[in-house]
Design a protein around this ligand. Structure first.
Ligand code: ADP
Length: 193
């Protein structure tokens, strides 16, 4: 199994690059943001609980997202590997993910962090809000709250993987295909290890 985390702040391009990466490497895409939005559309109990946090730009509680990821991993036993997008977003989630993968004799093989400036992020998110239908992309206060949550709770996740020498930083500004090529170079190098 080859398991990859695509990391970065809201609006850093994780969704766009994930689509291209799963095609190229045959990985299964697990985006907690997408999974949560599906729960909301289906009006499940989990979705209703998560929505209160998401609408305010806050992280959904760890226990909720960890349970969702556990179930997704268990439902896909034949996968060649997973691309985690938007997860883990706290150090507690990262530790739980390591445990889940260890149960499958697997681990995280690469952690790629997209780096984008704060000004560029806000611009991209407001722009996405014009067409995405996502209420958390329209309001600048909610966008700022999401970036604040990222800085307080999510940015430390990079340090967690760097302590195991798994972290690589990739410039997330510029041409989409060039960013994709940079990501692929890093993944190919990790696949040889
Ligand atoms: P973005 O990264 O563009 O902000 P996502 O689609 O990844 O958007 O996530 C949208 C919202 O879903 C987040 O603001 C947060 O409330 C919630 N969410 C997604 N993934 C997680 C996670 N791993 N832990 C906690 N909350 C999450």
């Amino acid at each position: 199994m080859f398991n990859l985390i695509l990391f970065g702040p809201p609006g850093s391009g994780k969704g766009t690059q994930s689509e291209k990466l799963i095609d190229k490497y045959g990985l299964m895409h697990l985006s907690t943001g997408n999974l949560l939005r599906e729960e909301i559309v289906n009006q499940t109990k989990l979705g209703l609980e998560a929505k209160r946090f998401m609408d305010n730009g806050q992280l959904v509680p760890d226990s909720v997202v960890i349970g969702m990821i556990r179930s997704a991993i268990e439902h896909n036993p034949a996968s060649k590997g997973f691309l985690f997008d938007g997860f883990p977003r706290t150090v507690a989630q990262a530790e739980a993910l390591d445990e889940l993968l260890a149960e499958k004799q697997a681990e995280i093989n690469a952690f790629l962090a997209l780096e984008v400036s704060r000004e560029e992020l806000i611009g991209r998110l407001l722009n996405r809000g014009k067409t995405s239908g996502r209420s958390d992309d329209v309001n600048e206060d909610i966008i700022s709250a999401r970036i604040q949550e990222y800085e307080n709770k999510t940015a430390p996740v990079a340090g967690y993987y760097e302590q195991f020498d798994k972290g690589v930083r990739v410039k997330g500004e510029g041409d989409i295909d060039q960013i994709f090529d940079s990501l692929c170079r890093e993944i190919d190098a990790k696949m040889l290890v």
